[in-house]
Design a protein around this ligand. Structure first.
Ligand SMILES: Cc1cc2nc3c(=O)[nH]c(=O)nc-3n(C[C@H](O)[C@H](O)[C@H](O)COP(=O)(O)OP(=O)(O)OC[C@H]3O[C@@H](n4cnc5c(N)ncnc54)[C@H](O)[C@@H]3O)c2cc1C
Length: 290
């Protein structure tokens, strides 16, 4: 069992780990190689560099630093976080137990251009199978997505209904490991979706090829799961794309913390690093208190 699992290996996650690992907490960082920082060619507003540094170099240095200090760093995608006494962090290939979790996935890169998607949020469009799956008992539902995350969510919906379609919205399926075998349990529809329609609630999907079909609910699981997705499922407060925390980066669920772009409106490296440090300290205090 890890003391803490940090989801995200950007500046926020790595900064937090620098504190937890030097306090001898068993620390696992799980992240993919797509920090927003990789897109920043030149950084001139971060403390301590006489010459411009690239985001890529800053990240590489940070990861080397935290590995040198003893953190385990795993390149993988987290699909869900579950509370089972302590916490279970699930990837496509394994699951890991821990006493505390830090959400530090940055902000998702999703751009979904489907007319009325936002209009039907809470009226047939949901972002949380755990929260809303029950309302669709024996109904026809869809999952919008094309990766492991979408299949993971579709599998959760089978508890409520067998009529589950994965809508890739014109994208190619990009599924790995055990999720390839699980795909056979669903209908997969690759048509591009133009708009959603309904009276008060979602009733129909309209596709770019002119066709349409009836549907009761659509669950959005696009690209990768983000901190906000994990938070929603755990019943943690979110506002838009942001996880709500207190001044110590604690969420309203004991043992879960959030830092960086996913919990901040001022999305900068210095803020992510600062929040990571505060979260690291709060996690140390929390583990000591157990
Ligand atoms: C083009 C561009 C230029 C920028 N320039 C500057 C600048 O000059 N100065 C500045 O201060 N800021 C700049 N920023 C902002 C800066 O990059 C962010 O504020 C900073 O990277 C936030 O750090 P973070 O750790 O919160 O998130 P990120 O750096 O985005 O890291 C998130 C981590 O979470 C991982 N992750 C996400 N989902 C999952 C999942 N499901 N499972 C596992 N891992 C996951 C990602 O792979 C990544 O490792 C720029 C941003 C962009 C896009």
């Amino acid at each position: 069992m890890y003391d803490v699992i940090i989801i995200g290996k950007g500046p926020a996650g790595i900064s937090a780990a620098l504190y937890t690992v030097r306090s001898n907490l068993r620390t696992l960082i799980i992240g993919k190689n797509d920090s927003n920082l990789l897109k920043a060619d030149k950084i001139d507003n971060y403390f301590g560099f006489a010459q411009t540094i690239s985001g890529k170099e800053l990240l590489r240095n940070g990861e080397m630093q935290v590995r040198r200090l003893g953190a385990e760093v795993l390149e993988d995608e987290v699909l869900s976080v579950e509370k089972d006494g302590f916490f279970k962090v699930v990837t496509g290939t394994a699951s890991y137990s821990c006493k505390a979790v830090l959400l530090a996935t940055g902000v998702p890169h999703r751009v979904i251009r489907i007319e009325n998607l936002v209009k039907f949020e809470g009226m047939g469009v949901s972002y949380c199978t755990t929260c809303d799956g029950f309302f669709y008992n024996s109904r026809k539902v869809g999952v919008l997505g094309h990766k492991d995350f979408a299949v993971h969510e579709a599998l959760e919906l089978l508890t409520f209904t067998q009529d589950v379609t994965i809508y890739t919205n014109g994208k190619q399926l990009d599924v790995s490991g055990k999720y390839i075998d699980e795909l056979g349990r669903f209908r997969v529809d690759t048509r591009k979706i133009l708009k959603l329609e309904g009276d008060e609630f979602l009733e129909q999907l309209h596709f770019a090829d002119g066709s349409s079909e009836n549907i009761d609910g659509l669950f959005v699981a696009y690209e990768s799961a983000s901190s906000v997705d994990f938070a929603r499922k755990l019943g943690i407060l979110t506002v838009g794309n942001t996880v709500v925390t207190d001044n110590n980066q604690r969420t309203n669920l004991e043992g879960v913390f959030a830092a960086g772009d996913c919990s901040s409106k001022f999305r900068q490296i210095s803020v992510a690093v600062g929040q990571g440090a505060v979260a690291g300290k709060a996690i140390i205090d929390y583990i000591k208190s157990l």
